[in-house]
Design a protein around this ligand. Sequence first.
Ligand SMILES: C[S@@+](CC[C@H](N)C(=O)[O-])C[C@H]1O[C@@H](n2cnc3c(N)ncnc32)[C@H](O)[C@@H]1O
Length: 435
Amino acid sequence: MPTNLRALAAQCCFQVVEQGRSLSEVLPEAQQQLHDSKDQALLQEICFGVLRHLPQLDHVCRQLMAKPLVKKLRPLQFLLYVGIYQLHWLRIPDHAAISETVEAARLLKGKSMTGLINGVLRTVQRRPELLQFDQLPVTVQYSHPGWLVQMLQQDYPEQWQHILQANQQKAPLWLRVNQQQVSISAFRQALTESGIEHQQPLAELPEAIVLTQACDITLLPGYHDGWFSVQDGAAQYAAALLEPRNEQRILDACCAPGGKTSHILELAPRARVLALDVDAKRLQRVHANLARLKHQATVLAADASEPASWWDGEPFDRILLDAPCSASGVIRRHPDIRWLRKASDIAALADIQAKMLQQLWPLLKPGGILLYATCSVFRQENQQQLTQFLQRTPDARLQPIHGHSNGWQILPGQQQLDGFFYAKVMKAVTAEQPT
Ligand SMILES: C[S@@+](CC[C@H](N)C(=O)[O-])C[C@H]1O[C@@H](n2cnc3c(N)ncnc32)[C@H](O)[C@@H]1O
């Protein structure tokens, strides 16, 4: 890959949209080629922006080009999006945005295309009316694929536009204080002394802190001493809802990268936690996080839906099933998700989730709690999944959460949170006999 920032951005977006690679995989690879942290941040900003506004950027190009560039030249099509995004959404001086983008075209073997790219960008600069999207189809207005818009319209007839708008916003940076290492007041004081503006927005999540501005978290006070983790506020509800206690046997069935595992151990440091994930590579991050935060857990690479291959027969007091899901609640944080997922993925994921619920339920002690969580907003993965589970599981007793009696759906943007779903289910001490 070339080391021109715009060329890297075009390559990253091309790889996501046309090769189906995840941005969290391609972006760090590209960032490694840039040495300045400001350039790395700008690369991220441009990639996020292009993926967030893709149909709008494409609409602008269609007005100015007879047809999209042919297959061989597709990275250059993405370079055009990069150029237009900078002109309209970033505070980079126009002349620098245009000349850098044209230079990037040369590096992407598009020397013959530099005239076209220069022409398109100069026209966009002169004619801001090309970037009016209000009267266009909803897929362009809100920059989401049609299937996703339809699914949201079906699930949220009143709120779908609000959800789409929230997905277009930048997500705030949430931290969680590790109270095993530092008190909340001492950490806040250290932030204040370092000039880091922050708030503590939710009374029911005292260890949750939102920074006013994003920053390099490794430079914040206490990072290397394990004083805090980065975790959205919505995900921070999981550990408290699970009600972990010291000495309990707790299964975190899909644990990587370990955000909720470590939170459980912050609330109950002597709990006996088994942290499972099928992805051995992702488990490396669990080990690293546990070590930095100074927590102890048993970490195992295993398939949660096949307990016969790993369970020792001792039941669990608590099970957290933070299931693999569409991640449709965290699109504002991962703008590539909307282009990587397909409509057919949702039913396939719902089948996997149902199998996991089915297989893990027998491992829970009577009187124990299973917390089902997803970062999805789709009912098929959430309320419908729960309803079906309750129908086929006579000893499952759904517990209300903050007054929500059918699971708790948090929508993206609500109280600055990611979209998340929680269902808390207790196992009856004696199963009711069928009548
Ligand atoms: C939503 S993420 C978990 C996030 C994690 N709980 C946290 O808070 O950091 C879902 C995880 O499920 C894992 N996974 C997917 N299928 C699995 C399976 N069959 N058994 C165990 N883990 C699985 C994925 O590798 C992924 O790490």
